[in-house]
Design a protein around this ligand. Structure first.
Ligand code: SF4
Length: 376
């Protein structure tokens, strides 16, 4: 660690010599993490498979939101062989609500690869792990350090921010990263850095007075506002998209379409529809989409409402219509299914489609007050 140029030349206040502050940094971080780290379900296990599932979830789901999905997924697929044997639809269903469904597909592909290539046991080394489906550099390093206690450092945006502040005004280069870990417990050190970035050294308003490493932190010691590091560019504006979606009912069933595997929400079931083209009204768009995609000729019965939904990179306004079938059309062969309301619970649906159900379900099961009025 004395070989970390980033920290050479620092003189801790009140000292006559110039020792590296790294041992103190490691000690303070690990001690704080062991005393104050959150009690998360994937932290109390040594089972690499459970840590793997958590790492996949945490790739794009916040810690506080990941917990119920973690438990539900493991209740359904308690070990790697059970996941390797599963059908894609069951895996997507168990992942439902967590979003970024490519993670669930990759996880199943990974389980199959590990069964085929490694006899069902996850490999330990970063080079092996990063060859597995859905595993990038960060996840490979996090798994190696947390599941197998390999002496590597996993650097995501959170950790990068913490290190940029602690090491300020120097920067950390790749070859120096492992020196930073030194002889600290790889699991506690990596999880401690992640925890510090999530709870204390947050992007905009770091809570420096409560930080366990403030005495060593370069940004805290030298800058009036440590949160200004690293420098940020202007915030990207999230594009807005409008789409039209149609609900068709027949014999007490609703028409659903399965999205192509591989893309956004791949493999999930939704009401057919598509993007509204420039110059089109939402009603025109839904009729056109149905003719082009499904082969059905439809008429708009009434608008059911507009569902607003945020994805990570865009916002979509979904105009939902009740549609009636006209003669002359025929449902094409393809990923379509007429689904009874009771069977909807068995399909994996995107969150936006789930939010449309209260609008759509009265088309196949009128609310009790309407049935009463009709009977009278
Ligand atoms: S002292 Fe402040 S800026 Fe430095 S690591 Fe701690 S929270 Fe982050």
């Amino acid at each position: 660690m004395e070989g970390v140029p980033a920290l050479r030349g620092r003189r801790p206040p009140g000292r006559g010599r110039d020792p590296s502050p790294l041992p103190a940094f490691r000690r303070s971080l690990v001690r704080w993490f062991r005393r104050s780290g959150r009690d998360l379900p994937w932290r109390s296990t040594r089972d690499p498979y459970r840590i793997l599932v958590a790492e996949f979830l945490l790739q794009q789901t916040r810690v506080d939101q990941a917990r119920p999905f973690y438990h539900r997924f493991l209740a359904r697929f308690p070990d790697l062989p059970s996941l390797a044997r599963a059908r894609e639809g069951s895996v997507l269903k168990a992942w439902e609500g967590a979003g970024y469904y490519a993670r669930a597909r990759h996880l199943r592909d990974l389980a199959r690869t590990v069964v085929r290539v490694y006899g069902g046991t996850l490999p330990h080394r970063v080079e092996q792990l990063r060859e597995l489906p859905g595993v990038g550099e960060y996840t490979a390093r996090a798994l190696a350090a947390i599941a197998f206690r390999r002496p590597v450092l996993a650097v995501d945006a959170n950790v990068e921010r913490v290190l940029a502040r602690v090491l300020y005004p120097s920067a950390l280069d790749e070859p120096e990263a492992e020196d930073l870990l030194g002889r600290a417990d790889p699991r506690a050190f990596n999880e401690g850095l992640m925890e510090l970035g999530q709870r204390i050294c947050t992007p905009r308003n770091p809570r420096c007075p409560r930080c366990p490493v403030r005495k060593i932190c370069g940004a805290y010691r030298t800058l009036p506002s440590p949160g200004s590091i690293p420098r940020r560019g202007p915030k990207a504006v999230r594009p807005r998209v409008s789409a039209a979606v149609g609900v068709v009912a027949r014999d007490g069933r609703l028409l659903l379409q399965r999205r192509p595997s591989g893309g956004l929400l791949g493999g999930l079931w939704e009401f057919p529809g598509g993007k509204i083209e420039p110059g089109e009204t939402p009603a025109q768009a839904v009729r056109r989409e149905f003719a082009e995609e499904t082969g059905l000729v439809v008429r708009v019965l009434r608008p059911l409402g507009v569902v607003e939904h945020d994805y990570s990179h865009f916002h979509v306004s979904l105009h939902v219509f009740a549609l009636g079938l006209r003669s002359g059309g025929r449902l094409r062969k393809g990923p379509y299914r007429w689904v009874k309301p009771a069977a909807l619970g068995r399909l994996a649906l995107p969150a936006a489609t789930r939010r449309m159900l209260p609008l759509a379900l009265p088309m196949v099961s009128p609310p009790p007050d309407r049935r009463t009025r009709g009977a009278g």
